[in-house]
Design a binder for this molecule. Structure first.
Ligand SMILES: [Zn+2]
Length: 373
């Protein structure tokens, strides 16, 4: 049986500081007292800890809901258990607070959190791309964190869902990511990045101007801009990977394993306008979205895929000139990213089948799935 799929959704929230900061401080102390007790008595037994500490802690912190005292106890004892008494786990007064079904409820977009005194109710501002998860998956747990720097509370909600049946009928689709296109597929679909590049160039220009200024306010604006830039790329990545994952008739996506080759193949220019985190994020988003549809994502060896002719398989550096691919051996012409995408697809298919042509292997996908699963 397949394990449940899990997703974490992080959303900034406005919580009253005067209620939640003291709560976090009290909870940190409750946690730390349990750790001290466990290290002293050399046990992480929950019942014993409850008997030894609970009444006293209720006296010290009468406003902390008892369910949260219990959560802190469980967290502390689990932390001691995990380190086998070798270290002293510590919570700071602003460390994140773990909530579960006893201390938090989620109805639609309305979140209710245990706090000092009465519970705190708020409406979550759920971004469009998280909506399906928040509205249809099962909520299991959450953490409330506080960033001292931005003075902002965040909730990280964890959801789970049973995986859909694996798609076994369908084709293998190779995907290449390039300088001129966010994604090019082996069946010739182009996901253009002209808009993205224009925006990225504007960011780059503004960044340079601010860096040259070097004043304190320029640095502050740089930080704010970096946040905006990341959010922009995240939205682009969500959008493109959603389209890719939903392509009909596809059972398996082959991406190039990007760890380690970026600097070689893409060149400096590429690294400048798209950081490695953006590629990594794209991989992650596609893997998540594909998984939720019962489709799979695999990573292939990217070496020579941009120089290799997809028709005659000869590898030559001069075959590729920017976006144009022209084989010096057989004369085959293609878009260079399209040629690379086909190579990703064929390399993967050939690596999982010892016989037959590429076309046969594509039809025999159930075998491919069994092999790689
Ligand atoms: Zn060729």
């Amino acid at each position: 049986m397949l394990a449940n799929m899990k997703r974490t959704v992080s959303i900034p929230v406005n919580l009253p500081r005067e209620r939640f900061l003291p709560l976090m401080g009290f909870c940190a102390d409750i946690f730390n007292q349990h750790v001290d007790w466990a290290l002293k008595t050399r046990t992480y037994n929950k019942t014993k800890a409850h008997r030894a500490l609970y009444a006293d802690l209720r006296g010290q912190y009468p406003d902390v809901p008892s369910a949260l005292v219990q959560t802190m106890r469980d967290n502390a004892l689990e932390a001691v258990k995990a380190t086998k008494f070798q270290r002293t786990p510590r919570k700071k007064p602003t460390s994140g607070l773990r909530y579960d079904k006893r201390t938090m409820t989620l109805r639609g977009h309305q979140l209710t959190l245990s706090c000092l005194g009465k519970r705190e109710k708020l409406i979550l501002n759920v971004p469009e791309y998280f909506r399906e998860i928040v509205e249809t998956w099962e909520f299991c747990a959450a953490t409330v964190t506080y960033s001292k720097q931005s003075q902002q509370f965040w909730v990280r909600l964890v959801f789970e869902s049973q995986p859909p049946p694996t798609v076994t009928q369908g084709k293998v689709l190779g995907i290449d990511r390039g300088l001129y296109h966010i994604a090019v597929t082996s069946d010739g679909q182009f996901f253009s990045s002209r808009q993205v590049r224009a925006t990225q160039r504007r960011y780059l220009h503004n960044r340079k101007t601010l860096q040259q200024k070097g004043t304190r306010s320029a640095k502050r604006r740089l930080r704010a801009m970096s946040g905006r830039e990341k959010r922009f790329m995240r939205d682009v990545n969500h959008c493109v990977t959603k389209k890719l994952a939903n392509l009909t008739g596809v059972a398996l996506f082959v991406l190039e394993d990007l760890s380690g080759i970026r600097q070689k193949r893409r060149g400096k220019k590429m690294n400048k306008w798209l950081g490695s985190w953006s590629f990594h994020q794209q991989d992650l988003f596609l893997a998540y979205k594909a998984e939720a549809l019962g489709k799979r994502v695999v990573f292939g060896d990217p070496r020579y895929t941009s120089q290799k002719c997809n028709v005659c398989k000869q590898i030559r550096k001069t075959n590729r000139t920017k976006s144009r691919f022209h084989c010096r051996n057989c004369g085959h012409r293609d878009h260079s990213d399209g040629n690379a995408a086909k190579n990703h697809r064929d390399d993967y298919i050939l690596s999982t089948t010892s016989m037959g042509t590429v076309e046969q292997a594509a039809v025999n996908l159930p075998d491919v799935t069994a092999l790689a699963g």
